[in-house]
Every structure is written in C-alpha cells, then in structure tokens.
Design a protein around this ligand. Structure first.
Ligand code: SF4
Length: 268
C-alpha cells in the first residue's frame, strides 16, 4: 500500500464521518463545521441553491471563499446578479475567466457555437470555459462546497453531504443535498435572498445562454440544459469524474491534506 493509498483511505473515512455529522445540522451549522477544517472554496453559478449558500456565508460572515466561473457566455441576468449579491452581502465573488488563447483555439477547431454539433465539441467548450477555470478556483483548496441537491436530477439523486473527490483530491461538501425545491423557494422568500429573475420565467437551472432553455411543465429541473443531447445524464463535467487529471490543479500537497484530517479529528 502506498502513501497515496493511505491518504485516500483517510480522506474517504473523513468524508464518511462528515457525511453523518452534517446530516444533523442546519445549513449554517454545516457550513461552519466545514469552514473550520481548512481552506474552503464555494463555487457558485448564481443559481437559486447557490444563492441560499452565499446568503448563509455572508450573513454569518463565514471564512469561505466564493468563486464563480465567468464563461463569457452567461446570461446578462446572471452577470448582473453577481454584482447585486456582492453588494447585498458585502462580500467578494471571485471571477475566473477563460483565456483568449483557449477560446481562440476552440473557435478555430469547432466554430464559436460548435458545441451544438457534437458531444465532443460541447465537452471541449465546457472544458475551456468551465473545467479549466474550476481547477484554478480550487487550486490549493482543501474543501469544495457546492449547491448540488438530490432533487435536481436522477443523476444527482444519491448526492451525499460529504464525499472524497479523488480526482481533485479534496473533500466535496453538498450542504443542500437534502433540501427540495419547495424548501429552497420558501427560504429564499423568507430571507429575501436575491435570485435570478429568469427562475420565474421557467428556468430552474441556468447555465450559459446558448446552452440553456426554459423547461416545459412536468419536465425535470435540468431538462433545459444541453437539451439537444440525448444522454439523460448530461453534465458539464464539473460534478462528474473526469480524466483531465492534468487540469485538476488543486493542491496535492500531502502536508496540507493531512492537516485537514488532523483538524477534523480535533473537532470530532
Ligand atoms: S455550457 Fe455551452 S457555452 Fe457554456 S461552456 Fe458548456 S458548451 Fe460552452
């Protein structure tokens, strides 16, 4: 067994422990617990779930970095919401942008909207405009917080509160995993949390403008994402295991990793 194997087992055990403990806490308690484990980064797409998490971080002044992937193809409403949220909660949402060289290379190979032509081209665009930026946002992070919920799609039905992301070598936390959309909507209303006005126009899940449409009554929440593809498990790669290990620039410093385990052990 190698040191990497030992580290992997330690992190899997930590994730399992966290998964149990997080289940018994409210949202602020969940975020407070993981914020104390190490450098924590929350990546927001400004979706309604993410706004709930940002509001909790801002309201309770939690030491969690907030980042967003500014793909260059977002809806105007989403871009406006970034600034509105920063002002409302007096915090910074760090923007990560694709490089001109990467975008130019994609356009030269596939065309500016080539993602409609094949799954390969779509993945290439998501890689340049999202995955590379995610790796930058998570570089050096020990904890990655997301707004994933079990009710968002069948693909996310078993989302845990905590899991070890072996690809990125960090602990991934999904503090809203057990919230349904009714609870999200009620919380947003009671806390007056700013949200994207497009949600009220039939867009429960909002990504890049050319790849998002409104859904029809009865359709799953994420049916409007990459709707022209047949694969019901379609995702952009942010929340599925990818083979782009070279892109995953998250810190692999063994000392940093073991420090997370030590801090977690201290507060058990
Ligand atoms: S969602 Fe569409 S526009 Fe955005 S990165 Fe993916 S393929 Fe490109």
């Amino acid at each position: 067994m190698t040191f990497q194997d030992v580290a992997r087992l330690d992190h899997q055990a930590l994730a399992a422990n966290l998964d149990t403990r997080l289940a018994g806490l409210d949202l602020a308690g969940r975020l407070s617990l993981v914020a104390g484990l190490g450098r924590a980064v929350f990546t927001t797409s400004l979706g309604i779930e993410d706004q709930v998490i940002t509001a909790a971080i801002g309201t309770h002044r939690l030491p969690i970095e907030i980042s967003t992937l500014e793909t260059g193809r977002l809806f105007r409403e989403t871009v406006d919401l970034i600034a509105e949220t920063e002002a409302r909660y007096d915090l910074e949402i760090i923007r990560f942008y694709p490089t001109k060289d990467d975008v130019d290379a994609f356009v030269e190979t596939y065309g500016i909207n080539g993602f409609y032509d094949s799954v390969e081209a779509r993945h290439a665009c998501c890689r340049v405009r999202k995955l590379v930026l995610l790796a930058q946002a998570l570089s050096g992070a020990e904890i990655w917080i997301t707004g994933l919920r079990r009710g968002q799609s069948g693909n996310r039905a078993t989302t845990p509160f905590a899991e070890f992301d072996a690809e990125r070598n960090l602990i991934k936390i999904n503090p809203l995993a057990d919230w349904d959309i009714d609870r999200i909507n009620a919380h947003v209303a009671s806390e007056h949390i700013p949200i994207n006005p497009m949600h009220a126009r039939g867009y429960p899940s909002i990504g890049c403008e050319p790849c998002t449409r409104a859904i029809k009554p009865g359709e799953p929440e994420r049916a409007g994402r990459w709707w022209w593809e047949n694969d019901e498990k379609r995702e952009c790669g942010l929340h599925v295991s990818e083979s782009h290990a070279s892109d995953a620039q998250a810190s692999e410093d063994p000392a940093a990793r073991s420090s997370v385990i030590q801090r977690a052990s201290a507060i058990r």
